[in-house]
Design a protein around this ligand. Structure first.
Ligand SMILES: Cc1ncc(C[n+]2csc(CCOP(=O)(O)OP(=O)(O)O)c2C)c(N)n1
Length: 315
C-alpha cells in the first residue's frame, strides 16, 4: 500500500517541477508550447498510484504530470523540454511528446483524441496476449468530444478490452467552456454507458476520492470491462504557458481554484495521518533541491549532434 506521504511527494514533485519549468519558459529556454499541469496533480497521482508496473499509460498535450506519476525520470523530462540529447525522446519530441517505454509510458500526442485509438490497440494487445495488464489514457474534456473517442468506446465494449479512459474535466478546452460546447441535455454518463462502457465520476481535486474510484474501476477494467473515469478538476495556469489568471474565466475565479488546491489538501491529509510538520517540510526541501539539480543538469546537457537528425525519424 502507498502511504499518503509517498503520494504527496509525487504530487509535490509535479507541482514544483512545473513551477520551475514555468520560470524556464519565461526565460525563453523552452522553445515550444508548454501546457502546465498545475492544479490537476491529484488526477495523475491518484490514478497512477492505482496502477501496477506492467500497466501502460498514454497522455496528451498536458502530460508532464502523467509521465512523472507513472514513474518517469524528471531529468529526462526536462532535457526533452529543452531539446537536449539526454531527453526521453533524445530532444526530438519536446513537451507534447513524452515517451518512456522503461516505465510503460507508451507516449503522448497533442492531436486531440489521437491517443484514444492507440490506447485501444494497446489494450487489444494486452487481451490478445492474455496479459494481466490494463491501458490507461489521459485526455481532456475537449478531446473527449472528438469522434474517434466514440468509435473507440464501441470497439472497446465489443472486444471487452482492459481500457480505462481518464477524462480530466477542467471545464475548458483552450478558452471555451464546457457549457458553450455542449447542449444542456448532454450527459457523459449516458453516452458512455450507452456504449456498454462503465462510468465513474471523481473529485479530481481530491487525491483520496480519485484514487479510491480509480482503484475500484481498475479492478473491473482488469477483467475486460472498459471504463471511463471522469475527474472534475481545475487547471491553475493558462491553457498554454505559465500565466496565472485569464479574463475568460469569470465563474472560475482564482480564489475558488486555490481553495480546492489538491496539493494543499493532500498535505493536510499527510499531517492528519500523524506525519510531523518537520518530516513533511524536510521531504519538501529534498524535492525542491532535486528539481533545481535536475534543471541544472538539463541546462548543462548537450543538444543532439547534427548527424542524428534522421535517427528515430519515421520516413
Ligand atoms: C484535433 C485537434 N483540434 C484542435 C487542437 C488544438 N487544441 C490543442 S489543446 C486544445 C484544447 C484541449 O482541451 P482539453 O482536451 O479539454 O484539454 P486541456 O487543455 O483542458 O487539458 C485544442 C483545441 C488539437 N491539438 N487537436
Amino acid at each position: 500500500m502507498i502511504s499518503p506521504l509517498e503520494s504527496y511527494k509525487k504530487m509535490f514533485l509535479i507541482r514544483v517541477a512545473e513551477e520551475e519549468l514555468a520560470e524556464l519558459y519565461k526565460k525563453e529556454k523552452i522553445m515550444s508550447f508548454v501546457h502546465f499541469y498545475v492544479g490537476q496533480e491529484a488526477v495523475a497521482v491518484g490514478v497512477c498510484d492505482a496502477l501496477q508496473k506492467g500497466d501502460k499509460a498514454l497522455g496528451n498535450h498536458r502530460s508532464h504530470g502523467h509521465y512523472l506519476a507513472k514513474g518517469g525520470d524528471l531529468k529526462k523530462m526536462i532535457c526533452e523540454l529543452l531539446g537536449k540529447e539526454n531527453g526521453s525522446a533524445h530532444g526530438k519530441g519536446g513537451s507534447m511528446h513524452m515517451i518512456d517505454k522503461s516505465v510503460n509510458f507508451v507516449g503522448s500526442t497533442p492531436i486531440l483524441g489521437s491517443i484514444v485509438p492507440i490506447s485501444c490497440g494497446s489494450a487489444f494487445e494486452q487481451k490478445y496476449n492474455k496479459k494481466p495488464d490494463v491501458t490507461v489514457a489521459f485526455l481532456g474534456d475537449g478531446a473527449f468530444e472528438e469522434g474517434i473517442v466514440y468509435e473507440t468506446l464501441n470497439l472497446a465494449a465489443l472486444f471487452k478490452l482492459p481500457l480505462l479512459l481518464v477524462v480530466e474535466n477542467n471545464l475548458f478546452a483552450t478558452n471555451t467552456k464546457v457549457k458553450d460546447r455542449r447542449s444542456d441535455t448532454h450527459n457523459v454518463e449516458k453516452i458512455v454507458t450507452g456504449f456498454g462502457v462503465d462510468y465513474r465520476r471523481a473529485d479530481g481535486n481530491d487525491y483520496e476520492d480519485t484514487h479510491k474510484k480509480a482503484k475500484e474501476i481498475l479492478a473491473s477494467v482488469r477483467t475486460g470491462r472498459p471504463a471511463v473515469l471522469e475527474c472534475m478538476t481545475y487547471r491553475h495556469m493558462a491553457h498554454s504557458g505559465p500565466v496565472f489568471n485569464e479574463d475568460y474565466r469569470e465563474e472560475d475565479i482564482l480564489e475558488k481554484r486555490l481553495e480546492k488546491d489538491p496539493v494543499k489538501k493532500m498535505r493536510q491529509i499527510v499531517v492528519n495521518s500523524g506525519i510531523s510538520e518537520k518530516e513533511v517540510t524536510g521531504a519538501e526541501e529534498e524535492i525542491k533541491k532535486f528539481v533545481i539539480n535536475s534543471v541544472d543538469f538539463a541546462l548543462k546537457s548537450k543538444y543532439p549532434p547534427k548527424e542524428n537528425i534522421y535517427t528515430d525519424v519515421y520516413a
